[in-house]
Design a protein around this ligand. Structure first.
Ligand SMILES: [Zn+2]
Length: 195
């Protein structure tokens, strides 16, 4: 069993998944899902759709040119089974995967470098062009302060009320006890059902 890659988006196609289309000249096209098959039938260009690997690679968003990517080529010359060769190949596959991951991470880091500064510059520009945004923020902050003050006042009042009404708290306690008793009863019932 071979894990093929989608003709359209390049994602892996596991056995039992996807659609295979054989053109009348014998070329085989494999698709991971109907989304890719439909797009192919509509003659969409995968390089122009942002969700495909083809787009990401042609737009420089992913590692495209690297020696670790050339190992997974299809070779048409059959190789005689050799235990040692298989062993070394398996080891090499793991090692190459490790290296590829590391390079990919480095590539990503490099690509994202300076994003924060760029975003900061953009934000600065936005604020400079629209000074009313800052004013809006001031209003928001004032609102927040007012709300907090109101909350504090309420808390003070409620604290005073608590001092006056100690009887109510006892009532609440009684209610809590009742609730606890109910829960206990429920639990007993449950255990009975189990037996
Ligand atoms: Zn696909």
């Amino acid at each position: 069993m071979r894990i093929h890659s989608c003709h359209f988006c390049s994602s892996p196609i596991y056995p039992g998944h996807g659609i295979t289309f054989v053109r009348n000249d014998g070329k085989v096209f494999r698709f991971c899902r109907s989304k890719c098959h439909k797009a192919f039938k509509q003659r969409r260009n995968p390089r122009k759709l942002k969700w495909t690997k083809a787009f990401r690679k042609s737009a420089g968003k992913e590692l495209a040119v690297d020696s670790t990517l050339t190992f997974a080529k299809r070779r048409n010359v059959p190789v005689r089974y050799n235990r040692n060769l298989v062993k070394t190949t398996l080891n090499a596959m793991q090692r190459i995967e490790q290296i590829r991951r590391r390079r990919e991470r480095a590539f990503y880091k490099n690509r994202m470098k300076g994003n924060r500064e760029r975003q900061f510059a953009l934000d600065k520009k936005l604020v400079e062009e629209n000074p009313e945004l800052l004013r809006m923020r001031d209003v928001e902050q004032k609102d927040k302060q007012l709300k907090e003050q109101a909350k504090e006042d309420q808390e003070m009042e409620s604290a005073e009320e608590n001092d006056e009404s100690e009887m109510e708290t006892t009532d609440e306690e009684q209610e809590e006890e009742k609730l606890a008793a109910k829960i206990l009863l429920k639990n007993k019932r449950k255990t009975r059902v189990k037996f």
